[in-house]
Design a protein around this ligand. Structure first.
Ligand code: HEM
Length: 423
């Protein structure tokens, strides 16, 4: 038996993600009745929906058996897949970044940046990031008691942090933000390239145009950093060599693009979602002011709560069994981080935002060899922002309805209107 059509349609519907409850309810039913089963939808290759925390870990633990790059790493319909292959000359992924690589190539590319983003390696950045956090806290407080926290703080602070780490000048930040939003929010008329409802064909066209615009920007970056190398991440990428050769064009572009886009949008979504949760439970502010150590639990819970990356896809290399189901070679699987982070088998009370959990093994950064490269940076920059802000904030509450982006891939709150007072 396959997953009921109504449930399967909901868990891929960008509008349902913008409301969130319909998706959470659909996954609750899926976890209870068919935790690993097939979705068959018109226009899509059938795919397995992997909804449980344990099954996602089991799959991500076996990267040789479940590949990232053999098919699209995010859900796309059959027509879209064919168009992408035509545009790229056969690659099912428009952008060849770490998340769409496997085996030795993935390992070689990941190890270029990995040593520079471990907890120890990023510790020296703490003071610079604190300086940026203070700037954005001042900026927020200049709004005089009312602000759209998503637009005016959460979208901007992680952008400044990652651009500093990468070596992108401040004057290019607005450009990077715009292109990132176009890339991830194609279904949202407020944020996509055309600022309009797009047909599937136009969505793909605009994705391609955005990718080409990013590529032409990053071509100049390669030239700049090869002429004048620095310690910044874009320079490491530009100057890295594998077997004596520089990365090829698709490898270079994929690397720059994932670092520059995934490096802030995800963290912005989490930051905005955390403020939304706080504004709905203002007593948490006092709790964290009395015990600043609780900020770490707040950060971890906000990552679990927001789950900015809703899914990634894998494809099976050989026949195998997972979660009691017989998977065939070539089958496509959706790893739903949204669902796994609500798994009743892992969390008591998964639909509540709580900072007093004994353990919080959230899996919103993924798991295994592809686990988020920026996880420690993301945690650190969010902790610092909250430390700086909570010192100065006296109260906070919602000031109208929040709003989420229309997307089924990387997304989160786009408007979080709050009212606040300061000490
Ligand atoms: C709260 C913030 C973030 C979340 C929730 C998040 C989530 C994720 C997820 C789910 C994956 C895929 C993991 C898997 O397949 O198992 C991933 C991969 C990745 N993330 Fe993040 N991310 C965040 C922040 C960042 C930041 C700040 C950076 C940049 C410094 C970054 C860079 C990357 C890269 C390069 C990959 C690909 C890793 C690979 O495939 O080897 N992310 N992230």
């Amino acid at each position: 038996m396959t997953i009921a059509r109504e449930l399967a349609e909901t868990i891929i519907d960008p509008k349902a993600y913008s409301l969130r409850d319909p998706v959470d309810n659909a996954f609750r039913a899926i976890r209870a009745n068919q935790p690993l089963d097939k979705a068959e939808l018109d226009g899509f290759e059938p795919f397995w929906v992997v909804s449980r925390h344990a099954d996602i870990k089991e799959i991500e633990r076996q990267p040789d058996l479940f590949h990232n790059g053999d098919k699209s790493t995010f859900l796309t319909n059959i027509e879209g897949n064919e168009r992408v292959k035509a545009l790229t000359g056969g690659d099912p992924n428009m952008i060849r970044s770490l998340v769409s690589l496997d085996g030795a190539e993935h390992k070689a590319l990941r190890s270029i940046v990995f040593p520079h983003v471990t907890p120890r390696a990023i510790r020296p950045l703490e003071e610079a990031i604190r300086g940026i956090a203070r700037e954005f806290v001042d900026h927020m407080l200049s709004f005089d008691g009312q602000v759209d926290f998503a637009q005016d703080v959460a979208f901007l602070y992680p952008l400044r942090v990652i651009m500093t780490v990468l070596g992108v000048p401040q004057e290019d930040e607005a450009f990077m933000l715009k292109l990132t939003q176009e890339l991830f929010n194609n279904a949202d008329p407020e944020l996509n390239r055309a600022r309009a409802e797009l047909s599937p064909e136009d969505m793909l066209k605009s994705l391609w145009e955005t990718t080409m615009e990013l590529e032409s920007y990053f071509k100049a970056v390669t030239e700049r950093f090869r002429a004048n190398p620095t310690e910044q991440v874009n320079s490491l990428i530009a100057n890295a060599r594998i077997g004596g050769d520089y990365l090829n064009h698709r490898q270079l572009m994929g690397y720059y693009i994932i670092a520059a886009t995934a490096g802030h949008d995800t963290t912005s979504n989490t930051t905005a979602g955390a403020m939304w949760a706080l504004a709905q439970q203002p007593h948490l502010l006092r709790q964290m002011q009395d015990d600043p150590g609780a900020i770490n639990a707040f950060v971890e819970e906000s990552i679990r709560w927001e789950v900015p990356v809703k899914h990634f896809m894998r494809s099976a290399v050989a026949d195998c069994e997972v979660g009691g189901q017989q998977i065939r070679a070539g089958d496509w699987l959706m790893l739903s981080y949204q669902s796994a982070n609500r798994d009743e088998a892992v969390w008591a009370d998964p639909f509540a935002f709580r900072i007093d959990r004994d353990a919080n093994p959230q899996i919103a950064f993924g798991y295994g060899v592809h686990v988020c490269l920026g996880q420690h940076l993301a945690r650190m920059e969010m902790r610092i922002l909250w430390e700086e802000l909570f010192k100065r904030l006296k109260s906070v509450e919602m000031n109208g309805a929040g709003e989420r982006t229309i997307s089924n891939f990387v997304c989160g709150p786009k408007h979080v209107p709050i009212r606040f007072t300061v000490n």
